[in-house]
Write a protein that binds this ligand. Structure first.
Ligand code: NAP
Ligand code: MG
Length: 479
């Protein structure tokens, strides 16, 4: 069978007006960082995008001091309705600059433009709109009358959803009346810096939002800073553990959103066509760089062959390549380090005896790429069934009974998310009840809504982001 090929449909980058170098955004102004600047590159081409400043411990100190002043003098004195007006303004500016933000995100992160355009950026606006609406209604957040902000929040985020993770952190913090210092990931600082421009455009009082760029050391200096009241971290379990130790006994309030190894459970009575799309979306969305990705497919034994065959045919149609092309399904891996990790764990999977299948697709010459891959006949003890690969790699396991599905799904140190595919509502509810995961999707996967709380159990962290629950992480209970 021959397929008609698509003509290239690249999104233009002419909408971007990037500077050649970026400083730190502290106290409402751009200032120089005192560390060694670093380059941000496009992972699809390895081309240089811009030079980014590194914040030293002294720069972090200046940012925290600015956030403290802004908290004491302006932000804590505003009414909730006034804070809400600023957040609505930010939300509208994100919508106005949506195309530019999507192009910048795809360029810097490597994710397909159809995802940054249709998922990331619309959700960023939705998060600000949602929390803008809460700013004057905190008395109804379930924390008593007149709950109080905590003060200065230190926020550290990863590279997989750079602008969206920023929104998850900043929107509830500001709505609740806190001021923030945020550190984006080293490989994806660009959209946080464009967001700083939006903060200026929205005329937020100086110091309410501060952005400090740099590597892990900058993050460590921020979370350890003695004048920080709250630490919000999204990233790996290893760094989360270090942060938990660093803040233990300090009185800082902490939320940790860490890794995952979600089970996507497909029963033999599931709508198979939908399930195939859900499995694909569950693990190949954003190249599998998703903490809640459905990386372990648990399929009922009697439909295993059919599901795996159909999955392979579907994966063979996915288009891997230029993230800025509107037809691209699978973009670039965010960094060389991440690509090396995916390769290493995949080789281990093969050495441990799992059957490896790779989608037939041409890999571009430059940049970091990994073709969609399935491992079949994976045993529960295999490292690829236990460790987070954080890439486009699916491990397939089978089960015979719902009890076995639950036991295998829960056999993980993580507990962030899970999926269930079945025609029977009663079975879905019974199984969901027994799964130890913070978020459970039924007959869908990777759906996000600002009104819905998100977070994990066990090594996936603690605390919830999103919804009314997400406000509690930034408030002290009132009377
Ligand atoms: P990471 O290495 O833990 O980095 C996360 C952030 O922490 C980055 O900004 C990083 O800076 C910074 N950092 C590194 N060392 C630090 C330290 N000692 N103290 C303070 N900050 C430090 O994680 P990643 O590899 O970027 O992201 C992938 C991980 O995030 C995966 O495990 C994924 O599951 C998890 N994640 C979880 C959620 C969730 O909601 N549960 C959402 C998305 C991602 P640099 O990048 O500059 O080194
Ligand atoms: Mg980059």
């Amino acid at each position: 069978m021959t397929f008609l090929d698509y003509a290239p449909a690249p999104e233009s980058t002419s909408i971007l007006h990037l500077r050649t170098s970026y400083g730190l955004f502290i106290d409402g102004a751009w200032v120089k960082g005192h560390g060694m600047p670093f380059a941000s590159i496009s992972p699809a081409t390895e081309r240089h995008i811009a030079e980014i400043a590194t914040a030293t411990a002294d720069d972090v100190d200046a940012a925290v001091a600015a956030a403290r002043r802004a908290y004491d003098r302006t932000w804590s004195k505003l009414s909730g309705a006034d804070r809400g007006k600023y957040l609505f303004r930010i939300a509208r500016l994100v919508q106005e600059r949506a195309r530019e933000l999507a192009v910048a995100e795809s360029l810097d992160n490597g994710k397909p433009i159809k995802e940054s355009r249709d998922v990331d950026v619309p959700l960023v606006a939705a998060w600000f709109f949602y929390y803008a609406g809460w700013a004057d209604k905190l008395d109804h957040a379930g924390l008593g009358a007149d709950p109080r902000a905590l003060g200065v929040a230190a926020q550290v985020i990863p590279w997989n959803f750079p602008l969206l993770m920023l929104a998850w952190k900043i929107a509830p913090a500001l709505a609740a009346g806190n001021t923030v210092v945020l550190k984006p990931a080293e490989t994806t600082s660009l959209t946080a810096l464009l967001f700083a421009e939006i903060v200026q455009q929205a005329e937020l009082p100086a110091g309410v939002v501060n952005i400090v760029t740099g590597a892990g050391e900058t993050g460590a200096a921020l979370v350890r800073h003695p004048d920080v009241d709250k630490v919000a971290f999204t990233g790996s379990t290893a760094v989360g553990r270090e942060i938990a130790k660093a803040v233990a006994g300090t009185g800082k309030k902490v939320t940790l959103e860490l890794g995952g190894k979600a089970a996507n459970i497909v029963f033999d009575d599931a709508p198979i066509d939908q399930a195939i799309e859900g499995i694909v979306n569950g693990i190949f969305f954003n190249q599998g760089h998703v903490c809640c990705a459905g990386s372990r497919l648990l399929v009922q034994e009697n439909i295993h062959d059919e599901v795996v065959d159909r999955l392979k045919s579907r994966l063979a149609t996915l288009r891997l390549g230029d993230p800025l092309d509107k037809n691209t399904d699978i973009g670039a891996i965010n960094s060389k380090e991440q690509l090396d990790r995916i390769r290493e764990l995949s080789d281990i999977g093969e050495a441990e005896g799992a059957e490896r299948w790779t989608a037939p697709c041409a890999i571009p010459e430059n940049g970091f790429w990994f073709a969609p891959t399935i491992f079949d006949n994976v045993s529960t003890s295999s490292r690829i069934a236990r460790e987070e690969i954080f890439g486009p790699v699916l491990s397939v396991l089978t089960f015979r009974t719902p009890a076995e599905a639950v036991a295998k799904a829960n056999n993980t140190p993580y507990g962030l998310s899970a999926g269930i595919w079945s025609d029977k509502g009663s079975k879905i509810l019974a199984v969901a009840d027994k799964l130890r995961a913070g978020v459970i999707w039924a007959n869908t996967f990777n759906r996000f809504d600002p009104a819905s709380p998100f977070g994990g159990y066990k090594e996936s962290g603690y605390g919830r982001e999103g919804g009314r629950q997400g406000l509690a992480a930034y408030l002290k209970a009132g009377k």
